[in-house]
Ligand binder design. Structure first.
Ligand code: FAD
Length: 358
């Protein structure tokens, strides 16, 4: 008889670990399945110089603060070390590398197919993030272009495009940070849909998070929040971006109209030879493993109430963005969603009288 877990968490990144932290306080039998060879999830694949937007103390998962950083903002390696230590500190039962290919639901039990075996569970928490789903907008002639297309998820360091003519597309923080370092070694142009907004130099990710939180709660209470304050989409002035501003390279232009074989055509018809385009245009949601449940609605999302899937009993989604919990795609924000999710999972199992040990 195959083991039936009370719950299986798919994904061993910050979201999965935060859920596990709360599940370990219950009597539920659970496991995390993560397809990376080691801890760190998306942070393992970020670019070399990637740092957090907030100091360590404001970038922590539930229960244990991230250790102080040697620098003002912790780097990628420090986040990976923290996630590794977090997993060990709480002896979280992560199995890796295990890639969940398909999740099916039969007679009240989920079947999770992986290359080596099929796992069974009464509930599933999907925490697979966005990194697997790089998004590139449609541009006419995209495939005609013979130069290099590089999504920010594939970008590692400026050596990849040194000495080239490079367009950096996307007005978010990835675009700003990649522009800042690539512009030191390449001829760059920053392409954004509209003029970008910059935070004041003394506003870091923590202030941004606090203000977005205040605005969120105001909206929850039916109040009209002051929308003129900083938005989560504004550029945080981390040291490399400040340095790029001092060099005068933080300038944006509106999008080109199309590609041709060796460059792009601007809206006024002018052609410009280009060697590479770095797409800092964001991500969709890594939900392919849920395809056979037929739950997808518009924009690759699933209908949720909080984090609970509305159309599928026993399924929760954590960490994908505001639609699965306010600020749930951040280290500091995911704890709230995770706590609520663990409580709902336990309640659901109690109600359905299936939980082991109950
Ligand atoms: P992930 O970290 O992507 O983890 C999901 C895990 O699930 C991965 O290991 C993945 O391989 C695995 N997986 C996926 N599919 C399957 C499957 N089918 N089977 C098994 N395993 C699977 N956040 C902050 O809190 N602070 C910051 O300052 C910050 N700065 C950022 C800066 C940039 C430029 C970017 C791009 C992101 C930043 N983030 C920041 C956000 C953060 O990187 C991500 O939101 C975070 O990694 C999401 O965590 P997660 O656990 O939800 O997903």
């Amino acid at each position: 008889m195959a083991t039936i877990f009370d719950t299986i968490i798919i994904g061993g990144g910050q979201s999965g670990l935060a859920c596990a932290y709360y599940l370990r306080r219950t009597k539920l039998r659970y496991v995390l399945l993560d397809d990376q060879p080691a801890p760190g999830a998306a942070w393992r694949s970020g670019w070399d110089s990637l740092t957090l937007f907030s100091p360590a103390a404001f970038s922590s998962l539930p229960g244990w603060l991230m250790p102080e950083s040697r620098q003002q903002l912790p780097g990628r390696e420090e986040v990976i070390a923290y996630l590794t230590a977090y997993e060990n500190r709480y002896s979280l039962p992560v199995e890796r590398p295990v890639h969940v290919q398909d999740v099916c639901y039969r007679d009240g039990i989920f079947e999770l197919k992986t290359p080596k075996k099929t796992y069974h569970a009464r509930t599933v928490i999907s925490a697979t993030g966005t990194f697997r789903k790089p998004f590139i907008p449609d541009y006419p002639g995209y495939s005609k272009f013979k130069g290099l297309h590089l999504h920010s998820s594939e970008y590692k360091n400026p050596d990849q495009v040194a000495g080239k003519r490079v367009l950096i597309v996307g007005g978010g923080n990835s675009g700003a940070q990649i522009l800042a370092e690539v512009s030191r070694v390449a001829d760059t142009k920053w392409v954004t849909l509209e003029e970008v907004t910059y935070l004041p130099d003394d506003v870091d990710g923590k202030v941004l998070f606090d203000q977005a939180t205040a605005r969120y709660y105001a909206m929850q209470k039916g109040e009209q929040p002051d929308l003129s304050r900083y938005s989560l989409g504004s550029i945080v002035m981390v040291p490399p971006v400040k340095e790029a501003r001092a060099r005068g390279v933080l300038k944006t232009v509106r999008p080109f109209a199309q590609f041709y074989e060796t460059g792009v055509v601007w809206p006024d018809g002018k052609k410009e030879e280009t060697d590479a385009v770095i797409w800092c245009t964001g991500f969709g949601y890594a939900l392919d493993h849920l395809a056979c449940l037929h739950l997808l609605i518009e924009k690759g999302k699933i209908e949720v109430e909080g984090t609970r899937a509305v159309q599928q009993p026993g399924l929760w989604l954590v960490g994908y963005g505001n639609w699965t919990g306010f600020a749930s795609a951040t280290l500091i924000g995911v704890g709230r969603s995770a706590r609520q999710t663990a409580a709902e999972v336990e309640e659901y199992l109690l109600k359905t009288a299936h939980a082991a040990g109950y």
